[in-house]
Design a binder for this molecule. Structure first.
Ligand code: RIB
Length: 343
């Protein structure tokens, strides 16, 4: 038999209203009464039933966060930042992994609505503009995460991925590389296509530089391994002298295939740069250069924008962080200056 608020009130010899105040507005109750009620809660093992509160308030004390791939530390770091910011407002985060799958993503959006979340943060898989507009029309604010909102109708927090792609390719070109391979996919993922576009622009500015694309089915270590094995299988004269991987997981896979499975030296034969600057990048057998995204800050900022909309304080706002080049051994050569952000 579950313990009710009435049982707690009886044991603490206070009214049910006082117990409710202790639970929801403790600042309105004397410290002695809070202590007495808390003792009764602990003694009876009372656990509040949020369903009743949700019915009254019309929403839960949580926000939904749907990310593309929870195996990717970029998204778990982002979720950590979001959770820290949400916790400051006594909100929890319901984390959903769309796994780059539109039907899973749709199921999570339904679940968030059923759970009466106060708002939704999402890195969309497909084009869900209409679905997100319906959410907002039902009073559930939405913030795009790690993705710009082109029309400006939604708040968004992202990094300038075109600029990040340009930064990565320009670094490879500055270290003397001229035959660059962009490893990433599918191109339907906006982050991938933007990074590729940035690299394309940088290469186009450099005479005799070339950029080829090795498209992958996903952004994982295994996909990177497969791309690296494909490169390793080529005659030496047909191999690139540098790889720009669309994220660090791919870069780790390419590194494994070239170095551990093959006899190719990184960076002497092939330089490699990734994207995100997750912990695995600096910890790799050859520390990986990368384009750093402030993943936790993206999560915190996204929650901030959501709370502003929940409170009706602000119109949709787009926040864009700038990417940062982190140079490590996987791209360094004698001509690469050891800058302050070299590790
Ligand atoms: O999930 C796709 C990629 O986009 C991640 O690695 C991260 O870079 C995100 O921006």
């Amino acid at each position: 038999m579950s313990v009710s608020v009435k049982d707690v009130a009886a044991l603490a010899q206070v009214s049910v209203g006082t117990v409710s105040n202790v639970l929801n507005r403790p600042e309105r109750v004397s410290a002695a009464t809070v202590q007495r009620v808390q003792r009764a809660i602990d003694e009876l093992g009372f656990v509040r039933n949020d369903a009743a509160r949700q019915l009254r308030a019309g929403h839960s004390r949580s926000i939904g966060l749907a990310v593309l791939d929870v195996r990717n530390p970029f998204f778990t770091d982002l979720a950590r930042g979001a959770e820290q910011q949400a916790a400051e407002k006594d909100l929890s985060v319901l984390l959903g992994n769309s796994d780059n799958d539109v039907s899973r993503e749709a199921r999570y959006l339904d679940l968030f609505e059923e759970q009466r979340v106060q708002g939704v943060l999402i890195t969309p898989v497909g084009d869900i503009t209409a679905r997100l507009a319906r959410l907002r029309s039902r009073g559930i604010p939405v913030v795009l995460v790690d993705r710009p909102s082109d029309g400006g109708e939604l708040s968004s927090v992202a990094v300038d991925d075109v600029g990040g792609g340009c930064l990565a390719a320009r670094h490879l070109l500055d270290t003397g590389r001229r035959r660059i391979a962009f490893v990433g996919g599918p191109p339907s993922i906006r982050q991938v296509s933007d990074r590729h576009e940035g690299a394309r622009r940088a290469v186009a500015e450099t005479a005799e530089a070339t950029l080829e694309v090795i498209e992958t089915a996903g952004l994982t270590v295994l996909e990177g391994r497969a791309a690296g094995e494909q490169l390793r299988g080529r005659p030496i004269g047909q191999r690139p002298d540098a790889v720009f991987a669309a994220n660090d997981l791919l870069a780790v896979g390419v590194l494994q295939a070239l170095m551990i499975l093959g006899s190719i030296s990184v960076p002497d034969d092939v330089a490699i740069i990734g994207y995100d600057d997750i912990d695995f990048a600096s910890a790799a057998v050859v520390p990986l250069s990368s384009i750093r995204q402030p993943s936790e800050a993206i999560g915190r900022q996204a929650v901030d924008l959501l709370l502003q909309e929940i409170d009706g304080r602000e119109a949709p706002k787009q926040v864009t962080f700038q990417p940062e080049l982190i140079v490590r051994r996987s791209t360094r050569d004698s001509s690469t200056p050891r800058s302050s952000n070299t590790t």
